[in-house]
Design a protein around this ligand. Structure first.
Ligand SMILES: NC(=O)c1ccc[n+]([C@@H]2O[C@H](COP(=O)([O-])OP(=O)(O)OC[C@H]3O[C@@H](n4cnc5c(N)ncnc54)[C@H](OP(=O)(O)O)[C@@H]3O)[C@@H](O)[C@H]2O)c1
Length: 218
């Protein structure tokens, strides 16, 4: 698949590296051509260029910039993004005295803001739950299971493209409903990252259904 990545930082390099290793054609787009070239070179990407170049290259576009900047950036590229799968991995979180909080204000989610900014793009929320370093694992497996990657989308074609991108790096797609539920993925990230920072184990809060003493139907 052709993938354009908006951003040249950690998520661009690790997810872009995983997709390149899986045989996809990745173009890294940045506002600094020097940083775009460096990131593309590090991962052996197919190419690099401006943010518009990356938007124009991809069947799927990964938005890997700070959440606060993503809606304006996506809006500025709306024409190029029309009809394409736009994957939002951003986390709109800020540290406060009471742990991490969402800073989406009255907006439901960043993903919803992106869909509003580029109404003809097919926005998907995905890849926001795991730390950037997880995508350097080939493949990401834990306790003998492939990593599950939850995603939300209103568009069947974009959902299918996202499933392909998840499966091709050895992970399991975990469909979580329509884009209205992206707010839950963003809130889950805020809660889980806050727990990790506090020294907790968020995964221990979700035991396998096979291990709970009663079936959900009892
Ligand atoms: N790090 C994680 O563990 C992790 C995990 C899940 C999700 N995420 C999310 O993924 C996104 C990227 O995170 P990251 O760790 O890759 O961040 P990062 O390493 O700081 O990279 C951010 C990238 O965004 C670019 N950027 C910043 N403002 C921009 C703007 N207004 N227009 C265009 N480009 C802009 C930066 O470009 P310049 O170099 O030009 O400033 C840089 O290339 C964030 O939304 C984050 O919440 C991160």
């Amino acid at each position: 698949m052709k993938i354009g990545i908006l951003g040249t930082g950690g998520m661009a390099a690790t997810l872009g590296g995983a997709w390149t290793a899986a045989g996809h054609s990745v173009v890294i787009g940045g506002r600094s051509q020097e940083r775009a070239e460096r990131t593309a070179g590090r991962i052996g990407a197919a190419g690099h260029g401006t943010l518009a170049d990356a938007a124009g290259h991809g069947d799927a576009i990964l938005v890997a910039v700070p959440a606060i900047d993503a809606p304006q950036l996506v809006g500025s590229l709306a024409g190029s993004l029309a009809g394409r799968t736009v994957i939002d991995c951003t986390n709109p979180i800020v540290p406060t005295g009471d742990g991490l909080m969402l800073n989406t204000g009255s907006a439901t989610s960043v993903a919803h803001q992106l869909a509003t900014a580029a109404p003809d793009a097919c926005v998907v929320k995905a890849f926001n739950l795991c730390h950037v370093s997880i995508w350097t694992l080939r493949p990401p497996r834990f306790e003998d299971l492939p990593l599950a990657v939850p995603y939300c989308s209103d568009h069947p074609t974009a959902a299918a493209a996202t499933q392909t991108l998840i499966s091709s790096i050895g992970c399991t797609p975990a469909p979580c409903g329509g884009l209205a539920r992206a707010a839950y993925l963003e809130a889950t990230a805020a809660l889980a990252i806050g727990l990790w920072w506090a020294g907790g184990q968020p995964r221990a809060a979700f035991p396998s259904l096979a291990e709970v003493p009663q079936s959900l139907n009892d």
